[in-house]
Design a protein around this ligand. Structure first.
Ligand code: UGY
Ligand code: MN
Length: 244
């Protein structure tokens, strides 16, 4: 085997990070027997949420989230069964409000992406939301039908986060360099292109993860023949002085 000479595309900076598969560190976590985690984004790097890839070698029963912590999980392969017997298959997702999740059953061979954050209630906490990716529910972003967005969560302001699927036709791009006080966690699902983060431009492809901290200038253009698609988290409905 040829060594990689210490090279990786992963690049972890003060306000943004690109995390690529050749540098993932797969670990075990107490309460997740049978599962391995690659925790790609965490508060230690400056983010206010955690985003982990989880792969189950054997059947796994996962511990509930800590008090006050909300979870969003998106199934990449295999099956996750919620406590009431609901099954999530690939492209299905669940938003689990804080203090409601009593344990997940995850079949051996399953892969998922898990987001966790301290929920900021601004009234009654919203209920659990289940669903799956459905291109029929996507709408053009600011009128651009080459860039379709499916909002996975309801848009009412009891939710403190958005999770969206963004699908770019080949050659489509964000219309401008965004800067906003909300942060992002992103997983490339298909295809690839070039991501601008701060003053750097990164080639990115399926499986790559990105953290964009508050105010990071960001832009993406899709390359290739098949378009690109990503899942993106954004803290939302939070006042700037309380953004956490
Ligand atoms: O919702 C967003 O802020 C999204 N358009 N950002 C992004 O794709 N980097
Ligand atoms: Mn953005």
């Amino acid at each position: 085997m040829i060594p990689n000479f210490g090279m990786t595309r992963s690049d972890i900076r003060a306000r943004h990070a690109l995390l690529t598969s050749e540098s993932h560190e797969w670990i075990t976590q107490p309460g997740w027997t049978g599962a391995e985690f690659a925790c790609l984004i965490s508060p230690d790097m400056g983010a206010k949420f955690a985003m982990s890839l989880v792969r189950c070698v054997d059947d796994c029963i996962a511990v509930p989230a800590d008090a006050g912590v909300a979870r969003f999980l998106f199934c990449l392969g295999g099956t996750v069964t919620l406590p009431d017997g609901t099954r999530l298959e690939p492209e299905a997702f669940a938003f689990l409000p804080p203090d409601t999740d009593s344990g997940l059953r995850i079949a051996g061979g399953t892969r998922l992406v898990l987001f966790e954050w301290r929920f900021l209630p601004r009234g009654p906490v919203p209920p659990r939301v289940l669903g799956r990716v459905d291109p029929g529910k996507a709408v053009p972003l600011r009128g651009d039908d080459w860039l379709m967005v499916q909002k996975l969560l309801p848009t009412d302001d009891s939710f403190d986060a958005e999770f969206n699927i963004m699908s770019f036709r080949p050659g489509a791009s964000l219309a401008y360099v965004e800067t906003h006080f909300m942060e992002h966690g992103l997983l490339m699902l298909d295809g690839g292109g070039v991501y601008r983060l701060d003053d750097r431009w990164y080639p990115v492809g399926a499986g790559d993860a990105i953290w964009m901290g508050p105010h990071v200038p960001q832009w993406f253009g899709a390359l290739g023949r098949d378009g690109a698609r990503y899942l993106i988290y954004k803290n939302y409905n939070r006042p700037p002085l309380e953004c956490r």
